[in-house]
Ligand binder design. Structure first.
Ligand SMILES: [Zn+2]
Length: 411
């Protein structure tokens, strides 16, 4: 058995302690030890770098490649599956070794990854977002045409639902289709032209059934929740994470603290929409004006949640914006008061806890799987992170980054 030592770097182990110089010993895809004076067969020189657990993005859409509506209308049905291969590769090269897909990817994509047919982060899939009529997942356009961001197909059931009875069936269909997590929109959103991010969607009776059915299948629930009412209905009914959390009032923050609800801020998302609009990408006018409208409230809410100590996991909504820009989310969180080490923690141990995978991922500790990011420079510097990804490992194997600069030697 080859024992490989990642030697000479600073180690951010995700356990809450500050980075310190140490070596990480890996054998058979597992972390064996973290410390000094460790014996190994191979050595990876990590001098000048920080060695971190593989990162986790809790909110991506690997089948989305931007939200240019005109382009989407002209894109053949199956093309996004091929784009996903590219998007997954790009995400892996960014240092991200686990993701939660917040709608779009189906069991075929997940299985291709799990079988090693394509390369990418490990992925939990939600397949399709549960949404009420006129809600965030409803593709109805003012002209009368229906144009969902991704069309339904046998592996991606339609999830527009009204009423508790139908809700039970829809969640069961998602479970049948292979969902690892259930996603629901409990408020309007930015990308859907005919709803309002300030309006709560679904009533308690509907969400209670959704959570009951997900729980029966052993699945967590994530809620696209922007409106204050939509956030509260999610928390009240035991939903695990609030995605976006744009209009958090003090009561909602208190409810999250009490219930232990997670926040996945996705600060990158409205910025990505505004950047695309400014560069002339065709988008519905309502989408552009909503992105501008929510920006300030979003930052204010997330800043107050950070100060209050709400549990936060990093998520980007990549796919709305470009895949590969994921790590800019850390700087955005830091701008709102999170420490640099807090941002790394949100991207490693915290995200692993949210996804329910912390027995295997999220920290560098003996027995954990050897997913590693070798990052040039110090973890306290969040600038130009993407360019500083030197090497990415899954289960101890080099899978991404810029490996030509990683010096491997045998001794
Ligand atoms: Zn999203």
């Amino acid at each position: 058995m080859t024992r490989t030592l990642f030697a000479g770097g600073a180690v951010f182990d995700g356990t809450g302690s500050a980075p310190s110089s140490a070596d990480v010993l890996v054998e058979d895809g597992l972390i064996v030890d973290v410390g000094s004076g460790l014996d190994a067969d191979d050595e990876v020189d990590c001098a000048g770098t920080t060695v971190l657990p593989g990162l986790i993005d809790s909110h991506v859409h690997v089948l989305f490649s931007g939200v240019n509506v005109l382009r989407m209308m002209q894109t053949p049905f199956s093309y996004p599956f091929y784009e996903a291969v590219h998007n997954l590769r790009t995400t892996l090269d960014t240092g991200i070794t686990n993701v939660r897909d917040a709608s779009g990817a189906d069991l075929g994509v997940a299985q291709a990854l799990r079988d090693g047919l394509i390369a990418g982060p490990r992925m939990q899939i939600s397949i399709s977002m549960v949404s009420q009529t006129g809600g965030h997942g409803d593709g109805w356009q003012p002209c009368g045409a229906v144009m969902p961001l991704l069309a339904s197909h046998p592996g991606r059931p339609s999830t527009i639902v009204d009423g508790a009875g139908d809700m039970r069936r829809v969640v069961r269909e998602l479970v049948r289709a292979g969902a690892d997590v259930i996603k629901v929109a409990t408020s309007g959103g930015v990308l859907s032209p005919r709803d309002d991010p300030r309006h709560g969607h679904f009533r308690d009776a509907e969400i209670a059934v959704l959570v009951e059915e997900a729980t029966a299948a052993g699945l967590f629930v994530m809620a696209h929740a922007q409106a204050t009412d939509g956030i509260k209905v999610a928390i009240r009914n035991g939903i695990r994470s609030i995605e976006h959390g744009i209009y958090l009032d003090d009561q909602a923050i208190e409810m999250m603290l009490q219930a232990g609800t997670w926040l996945v801020p996705t600060l990158s998302a409205p910025r990505a929409v505004i950047t695309m609009a400014d560069s002339g990408v065709p988008m519905p006018a309502a989408v552009i004006s909503k992105a501008r409208m929510v920006l300030e409230s979003h930052d204010d809410s997330v800043g107050r949640a950070i100060t209050a100590g709400v549990k936060i996991a990093m998520g980007t909504d990549s796919g709305v914006g470009p895949h590969g820009d994921n790590l800019s989310e850390l700087g955005l969180m830091a701008n709102l008061g999170m420490s640099a080490l807090g941002a790394w923690h949100a991207s490693t141990a915290s995200a692993a806890e949210l996804l329910g995978i912390s027995d295997e991922f999220g920290t560098l500790e003996p027995g954990k799987r050897a997913d590693l990011l070798v990052l040039e420079g110090s973890a306290s510097d969040l600038v130009n992170l993407r360019d500083r990804v030197r090497a990415v490992y899954q289960d101890g194997s080099l899978v991404g980054g810029a490996p030509s600069s990683a010096q491997e030697s045998t001794h």
